[in-house]
Design a protein around this ligand. Structure first.
Ligand SMILES: [Zn+2]
Length: 431
């Protein structure tokens, strides 16, 4: 059956394998790009929205949304500075120590990080006396890295920019690409760029959100326009192979709600995959993730998250109880837009990143204030939008309990927590 012309426009084919057999997993309607926070002057201007529709390629298993916004639009002035999350900086320090030990890196090694942000990770490499270079597309974020002494080139990674970096600085023993593998529309070109940066006996380490935990944990707010694809181990293996790399090991991580760290090497020298790769592939297969069946009930579960959160906010408003937000991460904007939450239900949120202060959430136009505002206002409930930093934030927000306030976590399912009585054991039990 021939497709209608508008359907053809929406389905350009799989970005990895070109197949047109794309199966709808979750349709979140239309919303603005999640990092496009508005200034007060922009509140009177029109705001562009884009459809947000996750589909699965049933041939290569890459879950993807159409790349409707260009990375150039997103990253030229990017609002996310990694160093504002203390747990993220600590996580990166631990990774660097681990990589140095695992790969035997030393004074004559060279480490390149792609999408190096504000130098949050490479500062740990520098501290070990190892030569390093950041390749960061955002001008303002890269400038922050240079200010802290981390050498940083402003560039998008592709085979050409990678060749230029290699010609100037030499091949890398380790190329790190953390939390960027989902953000690039040209998966194959980016992967070839990683290979180009790499010495012939080098290692690539990639951290990326894990689609299996996204699905199992109802983490649908982590689907947004800047994340073009969502990986299982099976689809990541195929993506790496497309650029001449072979997956040799994989680790599961708790960061960003659930990620995987992929270790890959040039295909010619990689050798067979580890036991952990084989085990995770088997788990994915058992969960139905290598066919359609593992994706079929996601829409229903997401609908339940939305109804529970809205019911809570509507009841609180009805009872005259005050709810404010904590955090303004990009993913909050998928949740807020999908649920239709505006300042009548959530009068403001707060964030530690001063870039966002005085700005408004895209689409829903909720003001963002500095965190001190919460202690002044003493609200009844604080809706925690970066739910993935649950332990860190429950600790930080313990003071909310001093006036009887409660924390509300919307995902994986609505939960109301008294931060005074909170302990890590409680958290483990509630899982
Ligand atoms: Zn495909």
């Amino acid at each position: 059956m021939a497709s209608a012309p508008d359907e053809v426009g929406l389905r350009p084919g799989c970005r990895l394998c070109g197949s047109d057999r794309l199966y709808s997993v979750l349709d979140l309607g239309a919303s603005p790009p999640c990092e496009r926070f508005l200034t007060s002057a922009q509140l009177d201007e029109p705001e562009q929205t884009y459809p947000l529709h996750l589909r699965l390629c049933t041939d290569c298993l890459l879950a993807q949304i159409p790349p409707l916004i260009s990375p150039e639009d997103t990253f030229t002035e990017y609002a996310y500075f990694s160093s504002y999350s203390t747990s993220w900086v600590a996580h990166s320090g631990a990774f660097v120590q681990d990589a140095i030990g695992r790969l035997g890196l030393g004074g004559d090694s060279f480490v390149v990080e792609v999408a190096s942000n504000d130098g949050y990770l490479l500062q740990h490499v520098l501290a070990e006396g190892i030569r390093c270079l950041g390749v960061e597309p955002s001008v303002n974020v890269g400038a922050a890295a240079r200010e802290r002494g981390v050498p940083t080139e402003t560039a998008f990674l592709n085979p050409e920019s990678a060749a230029a970096v290699r010609a100037e600085h030499g091949p890398a023993n380790l190329v790190v690409a953390n939390n960027v593998y989902a953000h690039i529309p040209d998966v194959v070109g980016f992967t070839r760029g990683l290979r180009t940066l790499l010495a012939d006996d080098g290692w690539v380490s990639i951290e990326v959100q894990y689609l299996a935990t996204l699905l199992a944990g109802n983490q649908y707010d982590t689907i947004y326009h800047e994340h073009f694809q969502y990986y299982t181990v099976a689809s990541a293996q195929r993506a790496l192979a497309g650029g001449g790399l072979r997956l040799v090991d994989v680790e599961r991580l708790t960061t960003h709600g659930g990620s995987i760290r992929l270790w890959a090497r040039p295909a010619e020298i990689a050798g067979p995959p580890s036991e952990r790769v084989i085990e995770l592939l088997a788990e994915e297969k058992a969960a139905g993730l290598h066919e359609r069946s593992g994706y079929q009930d996601f829409t229903d579960r997401v609908g339940l998250v939305r109804r529970n959160l809205l019911r809570f906010l509507l009841d609180a408003a009805e009872e005259g109880r005050r709810v404010v937000g904590y955090g303004a991460p990009g993913k909050a904007n998928t949740l807020l837009n999908h649920c239709g939450i505006r300042p009548d239900l959530l009068p403001y949120t707060v964030d530690r990143n001063p870039y966002k202060h005085g700005r408004f959430t895209p689409g829903t136009r909720i003001p963002v204030h500095p965190p001190e505002r919460i202690a002044r206002d003493r609200p009844d409930f604080v809706l925690v939008l970066p739910w993935n930093l649950r332990t860190e934030l429950t600790e930080q927000l313990r003071y909310v309990g001093e006036w009887g306030g409660r924390l509300v976590f919307p995902i994986p399912s609505l939960e109301i927590v008294d931060p005074v009585g909170f302990s890590v054991q409680d958290e483990v039990r509630s899982r």
